[in-house]
Design a protein around this ligand. Structure first.
Ligand code: NAG
Ligand code: NAG
Ligand code: NAG
Ligand code: NAG
Ligand code: NAG
Length: 250
């Protein structure tokens, strides 16, 4: 009976991490521990099984996960969790838990966060972009590897936007700037809030007709290959046929 159950679980995990899954290598190049977190369309797996929305990644450490469907990945920093995975993070916190998928639906991070969005479907090319549409906390880059195709471009926000963040957008903790708000988040006015972006954040106003602002221009200059507004999220996405992806933080 137990063996049957085990075989069934193996079968289902093979199904769900099937031939179409891409390898995503997460690498922490920051000087401090970070806690990557995820909203995913279907399961995200590492060598030990399904990852329920987040884990700890020490400086210099790399972890491979496999993903398919879609994945939004962000980084949390300054976290402390107790034995049962409850606690807080200075940025990117998802409901005070280590595993952002814990509540059976993915938890939304406290903004601002930089995030990597990836669409990894069957029969169509992958597309992906680093987005600072919901603000910035940590530098992230997405580097495709293992595909010969030349169109597979890096998307990144590698400039530390915290260092150029204007006063009115700064998020501070203990005196230092830990994140930089998007102007939509800071001012909550239609002229700063384009379409709300792919990371599902229900409470912000929508406006498809949005013009560049001095803030979006500054973000764009700092991170030219990242999406700075939701309107740009899809148009700026890179397209690549079946690669694996290195996502590095810092
Ligand atoms: C890590 O620390 C070193 C030495 O203080 C510094 O030069 C480097 O810029 C830091 N790296 C990051 C990603 O913050
Ligand atoms: C991750 O996967 C890549 C390619 O599939 C492999 O080259 C690399 O060694 C793996 N890294 C780890 C940390 O397992
Ligand atoms: C961890 O923190 C949560 C929330 O504060 C608490 O309910 C839980 O009992 C704590 N668990 C442990 C093992 O300390
Ligand atoms: C703030 O700074 C103090 C003193 O350096 C330190 O003890 C405390 O842990 C810091 N708090 C946070 C949230 O980083
Ligand atoms: C951006 O424009 C606003 C008015 O829309 C102004 O108040 C603010 O000072 C400007 N900020 C920068 C950094 O230029």
């Amino acid at each position: 009976m137990a063996l049957c159950y085990f075989l069934l679980m193996v079968f289902f995990s093979l199904l769900s991490s099937g031939a179409d899954a891409r390898v995503i290598t997460l690498q922490n190049k920051c000087n401090n521990t970070i806690w990557p977190a995820f909203q995913v369309g279907s399961g995200l797996y590492n060598a030990h099984g399904e990852i329920d929305g987040g884990f700890e990644l020490r400086p210099g450490e790399s972890v491979n996960v496999t993903a398919e469907d879609y994945a939004f990945i962000w980084g949390r920093n300054g976290c402390s969790f107790n034995q049962s995975g409850h606690g807080t993070c200075i940025t990117g916190d998802c409901g005070g838990v280590l595993r952002c998928g814990e509540a059976s639906q993915s938890l939304i991070p406290i903004l601002p966060v930089t995030y990597a969005m990836m669409y990894l479907h069957e029969f169509v090319p992958d597309f992906y972009a680093v987005s600072v549409h919901n603000g910035f906390n940590l530098p992230i880059s997405i580097l495709p590897y293992g595909s010969p195709a030349a169109e597979c471009k890096t998307s990144s926000c590698f400039t530390n936007l915290n260092q150029i963040c204007p006063n009115e957008l700064q998020v501070r903790s203990n005196g230092s700037i830990v994140a930089c708000m998007s102007p939509c988040l800071a001012f909550n006015k239609p002229e700063f809030c384009c379409a709300r972006g792919r990371l599902h954040i229900p409470e912000y106003p929508d406006n498809d007709d949005c013009k560049p602002t001095n803030y979006s221009v500054a973000f764009e200059a700092g991170c030219p290959t990242a999406s700075t507004t939701a309107a740009l999220e899809l148009s700026k996405a890179s397209v690549c046929w079946r690669a694996n992806y290195l996502i590095s933080f810092c």
